[in-house]
Design a binder for this molecule. Structure first.
Ligand code: NAP
Length: 256
């Protein structure tokens, strides 16, 4: 591991990392040397994920803390737990997110608010708690997981599009207030990623051929494609990268 990208001795928290993209990002940060705290709501799933990841690393490297990222008191409790039990938090990845598909005319305001709270407000709540600890130390990395829907809309996912667009500007707002204190806050916007969740789309010949045709790289992304950009944005190698959102999408958002 090049010294520039080495995360040895760093403490990272990845929200929503009991499965999916968050879990892969946690593995990537751990492989770069960080001690990693996994998070989710479902205790059993989280403990299973912790045991599975810990098997590949030495003692004390992988931890877990269940808390709900949509609650300000829970976010404060979670960050305090990390600092007391693992160490000063160096890296926060705001990854937890949900989707809800329904045409806007039929969309209930409760579902609108649930998606906005989970996909946008959570990054403010957990990010604020992390920044309260990082700012006095004069350093810290916050990575907000956006989406191609940060830039592009699709029918039936209005709250997700609004939340992910907002998350890019929240990344900029955090930069405006916290960059002078030595924090770097950036976003990663994954394209269409082949995961368990999207297997049904990969298996759908029409959708699959639409993705391949719409993506200059002519393939689906993998969770491994996201680890390198996350390690870069978590490391010293990105110390003058502030407020950017990096699209990891095979070029989807630069073509029509
Ligand atoms: P996923 O497989 O559904 O996993 C979601 C994770 O978030 C789980 O660990 C879940 O924990 C956790 N979570 C949900 N609500 C939470 C809450 N209130 N508090 C704490 N944890 C919570 O999701 P994913 O597909 O990997 O997506 C992860 C992120 O990447 C999301 O922000 C998503 O928008 C973004 N993204 C995904 C794709 C894609 O192709 N999948 C593409 C672009 C962007 P529990 O299991 O305990 O509920």
């Amino acid at each position: 591991m090049s010294g520039l990208f080495d995360l040895t001795g760093r403490v990272a928290l990845v929200t929503g990392s009991s499965r999916g993209i968050g879990n892969a990002l946690a593995r990537g940060l751990a492989e770069a040397g960080a001690a990693v705290v996994l998070n989710g709501i479902n205790q059993e799933r989280l403990k299973d994920a912790e045991a599975a990841l810990a098997a590949g690393f030495g003692p004390g490297r992988i931890h877990s803390c269940a808390f709900d990222v949509t609650s300000d008191t829970e976010a404060a409790r979670g960050i305090a737990w990390v600092e007391e039990n693992v160490g000063p938090l160096d890296i926060l990845v705001n990854n937890a997110g949900i989707q809800h598909r329904v045409p806007m005319l039929d969309l209930d305001v409760k579902d609108w608010e649930r998606v906005l709270t989970t996909d946008l407000t959570s990054a403010f709540l957990v990010g604020r708690e992390a920044a309260r600890r990082m700012i006095p130390r004069g350093r810290g990395k916050i990575i907000n997981i956006c989406s191609v829907q940060t830039d592009l809309a699709r029918p039936t996912i209005a709250p997700y599009v609004a939340a992910k667009g907002g998350l890019r500007n929240l990344t900029r707002a955090m930069t405006a207030e916290w960059a002078a204190s030595g924090l770097q806050i950036n976003g990663i916007a994954p394209g269409y990623i082949h995961t368990e969740m999207t297997q049904n789309l990969v298996d759908d010949p029409d959708f699959n051929s639409w993705i391949l045709g719409r993506t200059p790289a002519h393939r689906w992304g993998t969770v491994a494609d996201l680890a390198g950009p996350a390690v870069w944005l978590a490391s010293e190698a990105s110390n003058f990268v502030n407020g950017q959102t990096i699209f990891v999408d095979g070029g989807m958002t630069v073509v029509v």
